[in-house]
Design a binder for this molecule. Structure first.
Ligand code: DP6
Length: 350
């Protein structure tokens, strides 16, 4: 039986009273079937499934100073690459408020949080998933010091549960190589509260997959994911989209098990275009793709056809293109595709 919210409420009330320094890291992830739309408190309208990008991590160190008595608000400062970043703090403050019930001990300390991404942060690549996942791991590291008596699965699921409260996709940045978030009636153990690991081994075809990102646009997103999710509430195609994602998760599970790469390509690209189609048909509508995005999509499709290379693209809520391909195709793709682009490319994201 999946865990419920109640199972994650922390009841102990003794805490280490010394100064602590804890470091944890968490990977990014790229959704193959997209999470788009949420309800209640950070619950997804549909299940989603992602590859864990183990090469692209957030590494976070926290210095915790005991306060002596719990505060009403967590006192903290957030630093990225050793520079204080007040712009990130409201989302982190909200996260601390939301996790209060489940990890009250965090309110016993002052937190100085130092984060670093292994991928370039100026690239416009979202780091909130790996960022909140690393923070959730840190908090669970502390919980384990206080209460080491739960089993490994409990810690994994509670970490994902906490990360989800920071950012939905962070729920899937806890483990890998694949994670599934969102309850699906046909997949045992799935939950809206946390992401789970599949109960099968990833087919070898997908074990050496690469993700290289073509940077069409860098900098701040024009419309935040959070605002985009909210537009799903009244979306005219909401129910069709939700049904489609439920179906695609079942298909993707099967594909990842059997190694059916041509269906993998079909679904991954349909999901990426479907996500952007939802943005382009919401009220108000908006377009995140840029001319360069389409140009890259067209040339990838042409290369796939002409050279018979199993390469495909996916997009998240932005203009940059994630290029997914088996590692063995890297040199060929480098010559006929990547080398001809004028855009900056981040290789080895996965
Ligand atoms: C398009 O997880 O960034 O990347 O829960 O509001 O923080 P919040 O949104 P976020 O949304 C990610 C959406 C997506 C698809 C996906 O990763 O599944």
């Amino acid at each position: 039986m999946p865990w419920t919210e109640k199972d994650f409420i922390f009841k102990d009330n003794h805490y280490p009273s010394n100064r602590l320094e804890i470091t944890e890291e968490a990977p990014s992830n790229i959704a193959l079937v997209k999470y788009w739309g949420k309800y209640g408190l950070q619950r997804p309208m549909n299940p989603s499934i992602s590859f864990t990008l183990s090469q692209s991590k957030t590494i976070t160190k926290a210095i915790l100073t005991p306060l002596g008595k719990p505060a009403n608000k967590v006192s903290f400062k957030f630093y990225l690459d050793n520079r204080h970043q007040p712009a990130f703090e409201p989302k982190i403050a909200r996260f601390f408020d939301l996790i209060h019930r489940y990890t009250p001990f965090v309110f016993q300390y002052d937190w100085q949080i130092y984060s670093h991404n292994t991928f370039p942060h100026s690239s416009g690549i979202a780091s909130s998933a790996s960022g909140f996942a690393a923070l959730a791991k840190l908090i669970m590291n502390l919980e384990k010091q206080i209460n080491p008596y739960q089993n490994a699965l409990y810690y994994l699921q509670k970490t994902s549960f906490l990360a989800r409260l920071g950012s939905g996709s962070a729920a899937r940045s806890i483990s890998g190589p694949v994670m599934l978030w969102g309850e699906h009636p046909q997949i045992a153990g799935t939950s809206d509260l946390y992401a789970t690991l599949p109960d099968f081994d990833l087919h070898p075809v997908f074990q050496n997959f690469k993700d290289s990102i073509v940077l069409v646009e860098t900098g701040q997103k024009k419309v935040s994911s959070t605002a985009g999710h909210a537009l799903m509430d009244q979306h005219p195609f909401k129910n069709i989209r939700i049904q489609q994602a439920f179906d695609n998760v079942i298909k993707m599970n099967q594909i990842l098990k059997t190694g059916d790469i041509s269906h993998f390509i079909d679904i991954v690209e349909a999901e990426a275009l479907g996500l952007h189609a939802m943005m382009m048909t919401s009220r108000p509508n908006y377009i995140l793709m840029q001319p360069g995005t389409l140009q890259i999509i067209h040339s990838l499709r042409q290369i796939r056809k002409e050279h018979n290379i199993p390469v495909c693209f996916t997009l998240d809520a932005g203009a940059n293109v994630h290029v997914l391909y088996p590692e063995g195709e890297k040199n060929k793709l480098q010559k006929i595709f990547f080398d001809n682009l004028e855009h900056k490319i981040i290789f080895d994201y996965l």
